[in-house]
Design a protein around this ligand. Sequence first.
Ligand SMILES: [Zn+2]
Length: 308
Amino acid sequence: MNRKYIIGIDLGGTNLKVALLDLKYNIVDKEIISTRSFLEKGELIIGIVHSINRVIKYNDLDKTDILGVGLGLPGPVDSRLGIVHFFPNIPGWREVGLRSILKGQLMLPVFIDNDAKIMALAEHRMGAARGFNNVLCMTLGTGIGGGIIIGGKLYRGFNNAAGEVGHLPINEYGKSCNCGSFGCLEAYIGNSRILNAARKEFKKTISLEELSLLAAKGNRSAIRIWRRVGKRLGFALAGVVNILNLDAVVMGGGVSNAGRVLFDSAKESLQNQAMSVQGGHVRIFRAKLGNDAGLIGAAIMVREGQAS
Ligand SMILES: [Zn+2]
């Protein structure tokens, strides 16, 4: 059989993206729907199935042209058993056997995994981390996610839960965190914390984009906020780098758009804090695949899953 296309899906708290990709991971067609237009779990699953069928039909294909369906999901997932444990930002999902539900409705091979892991896979195979063997990929946004590549392979850990760099403890008396614990990195440099600091500093609500723009224009208060974020980030990364002896760190997500001011201070603080052997050569890159990383990674998961 000549299956030349893959369906890649990136489900977020805000948007559901469904794409048709060729075997070189080019996006041939894409549909974006608001996740909030689905009121509950059952509706969302039907929405995913309809969207997949629509994309196949609109491109004059049928299911025999599709190698499989890959989904990147916003929460802890057991990729081996095909189970969603829960989604922090989409209510109503607890221990859902999503893979078998979708398989039954689509009659196609289905693969699921956590979105940060899928982004790491995409950046390693096709993006900024290409050619590096031991990599941490971080997504910096409302939450902070991470995926670890060791020896060129995605490292999953015992429960497929490895890579939660946002919940690396950095302060034993620290602020409470969305995960239920306290003192985690995310509680200091997550989106909302940065916006709070900006609001206090400028006495008005200010977006991340505005804060980045101000810093780029030389505004000292904005630069100070980003430097503080970078410093904490680098401090936390030093711990990861010391333990895993990484050759590269890749950072993506909305917060990473702050650019140089953030990356330079993260690099400086990482190098000050890390042990010299490990910290001396580690490279920090900005993610390359942008908003499509999830879709590309989902397709890579299908292709590599089929091959193994
Ligand atoms: Zn936490």
